[in-house]
Design a binder for this molecule. Sequence first.
Ligand code: ZN
Length: 304
Amino acid sequence: MSDLPGQISVREVGPRDGLQNEDPVPTDAKIELINRLSATGVGRIEAVSFVRPEAIPQMADAAEVWQRISKAPSVRYSALVPNLRGAGRALDSGLTEIEAVVSASDTHNRKNVNRGTEESLDDIAVIIDQAHQRGATCQVIVSTAWGCPYEGDVPVSRVVRVAGRAVADGADSISFGDTTGMATPRRVRELVGEFRLAYSGVPLNLHFHNTRGTGLANVLTALELGVADFDASVGGLGGCPYAPGATGNIATEELVYMVEDMGVATGIDLAAMIDAAADAEQIIGRQLPSQVLRAGPRTRTIPA
Ligand code: ZN
């Protein structure tokens, strides 16, 4: 364990990736949830995405949410954008950190944004330039990095090539997204290893879903490889658009619970994150999958 990073940076993606895969919730409830999360000690929050409201009605109020949340100085807020138009809206709204997303799988990318991976990468080169011109940073998220619901396995070489194109075009960092929870520790080792070999100096963020129960095992493997930036979603909010009823992102409080006990600092107050997860459950109106939310910290005692 001595080789693990001393601290990691967690990006809370519940307000975006989580809520995007749930029934729409009122704008005020979103704002309250983000404000609550901002007070947990988390360093990064993916607050909204700027997507077509017809495509994703859950994010139709992105600009309003962004305007009205209380921005904590200790938190870096970001927005996800699928294309040039979304990037323009995000930058016009004053975001200084955006994430442009492209699927490693051509079929998934076409289903998502109606164009192939290469065409999206062409647009992303422009998005990166626009972000930089306006003093913002741009992370490129390569989704379906561990597999695609339409094509199955995506070759590691292809995923690394897609990320490499983004790096060559000036991406500030790369994130690999396990969009439908197909990653396993062995596959994390393969992809992170190949990427690091080719692009050792590029900051790398990982985004795991717990769809098949391997989320935290994947995190542990990545920690052993020195990765220190992870996405997670409060309460395990969210789901999988291709598997009705399946669980969503790894739960933030479960991630915090595990790594803090291994001596890896997150800056997050576990009790505050569990409280936020309970709030998220109220907002959604159904039980969320987080087991730490159910059981509490391991040192929680009951009256004898
Ligand atoms: Zn996701």
